[in-house]
Write a protein that binds this ligand. Structure first.
Ligand SMILES: NC(=O)c1ccc[n+]([C@@H]2O[C@H](COP(=O)([O-])OP(=O)(O)OC[C@H]3O[C@@H](n4cnc5c(N)ncnc54)[C@H](OP(=O)(O)O)[C@@H]3O)[C@@H](O)[C@H]2O)c1
Length: 335
């Protein structure tokens, strides 16, 4: 029986995740059966949702990890052995069995990636679930319209950096972001086309936002929740729209604002829509066509912060949750 090195949940994190909540272990790989293939993983995605899945108890849209069991998540790699006509040896495939060096994947849950459209790394970032989340949250969910003033929190991260750039490419009038640290904010304004970015670590977001959007915000794409969500509510235009994508500030230790702030949604007649990207799969072909075109024409910056080797995965996730990543956070598992 073949085996592989995998990342195992060693302990449920205290509120703040630390890399020592994870450990490396060896797991058995199943024998190939018809419709499956052995994949050597090259890159795996680091995602805030992985932190949520480490808590005890079921979440509503996916399973949680158990102590002593391997983690999983998006990954991309090369088929080395195959018992599937759909996954030929040598092809590059994206699948859900990351956090391990090798995986036996089912052709029903793996996607062939065309490297003539985008490089390997982009299939996990701008062309992957990250970019697709930005696309779904802006268009079907957020109803982005030409000329809109758009605000995105977590702007320097994977989803946020795509939201700002897509919004600009899709005709937004003004794009405002928030991110942690001067270097990240400068990258977003100088290279990614944001008009303004608030460094929420050094500046007071609630004080700065009305200065940058005196007329108010049409569309707010929220990755962060908490105090930034509360402050943004007070700066929405009447009948503004909010795409609720995530709430990474929930994983911190800061006290959260009262739900009483939601009265602003009434006063401003807001539409607030929470969404999960997998509900929009029918848009995947148009999304891939648009984004591969933007990449080919050099209009889109697809930056990744890459940790080296499976042993660095825990530290990479710790870094992601504390803002160390510019753009997409990945781990390189093999060449
Ligand atoms: N709804 C869906 O279907 C869906 C799909 C994918 C992702 N998501 C959500 O989208 C959001 C972004 O995910 P991502 O993969 O792109 O992660 P990411 O933004 O690349 O990484 C997380 C970032 O959050 C920021 N952050 C951490 N703690 C914070 C805090 N207390 N307050 C403000 N910012 C904080 C950090 O950047 P700073 O340097 O700015 O602090 C960090 O880089 C997450 O909420 C995730 O759960 C939702």
């Amino acid at each position: 029986m073949k085996q592989t090195t995998a990342v195992i949940l060693a302990a449920h994190p205290a509120q703040t995740f630390v890399a020592s909540d994870l450990t490396l272990g060896t797991i058995d790989l199943p024998e190939l059966t018809p419709g499956t293939a052995l994949v050597r993983n090259q890159y795996m995605s680091l995602d805030p949702s992985t932190r949520g899945r480490m808590d005890p108890g079921e979440k509503q849209y996916t399973t949680n990890f158990e102590i002593g069991s391997p983690l999983d998540g998006s990954a991309i790699g090369i088929v080395e052995e195959s018992a599937s006509e759909l996954l030929p040896v040598g092809s590059t495939v994206r699948h859900r069995l990351g956090w391990r060096e090798y995986a036996v994947v089912d052709d029903a849950t793996a996607t062939i990636c065309d490297l003539s459209l985008a490089p390997t790394v982009s299939w996990l970032s701008s062309m992957g679930q990250t970019g697709f989340t930005a696309y779904a949250g802006l268009l079907p969910v957020g109803q982005l319209a030409a000329g809109d003033t758009v605000l995105v929190t977590g702007a320097g991260g994977a989803v946020g950096s795509m939201v700002g750039q897509f919004a600009r490419l899709l005709g937004a009038g003004r794009v405002i972001g928030s991110a942690g640290g001067a270097e990240k904010c400068t990258w977003l304004t100088n290279e990614c086309g944001f008009d303004e970015v608030i460094n929420y670590r050094d500046e007071d977001f609630a004080t700065e936002l009305p200065k940058l959007a005196p007329e108010g915000i049409d569309l707010f794409f929220d990755n962060v929740g908490g105090w930034q969500f509360a402050a943004a509510l007070h700066n929405m235009k009447i009948r503004g729209r909010i795409s609720m994508c995530g709430a990474v500030s929930n994983f911190g230790t800061q006290e959260q604002p009262s739900i009483a702030v939601l009265i602003e949604a009434v006063l401003r007649r807001l539409t607030i829509t929470g969404f999960i990207v997998r509900d929009y799969e029918d848009l995947r072909p148009e999304f891939e066509k648009k984004v591969s075109g933007w990449l080919a024409s050099g209009q889109l910056i697809d930056r990744a912060t890459i940790a080296e080797g499976i042993g660095a995965a825990g530290a990479g996730l710790e870094g992601l949750l504390s803002g160390a990543n510019f753009g997409k956070a990945l781990v390189r598992l093999s060449d």
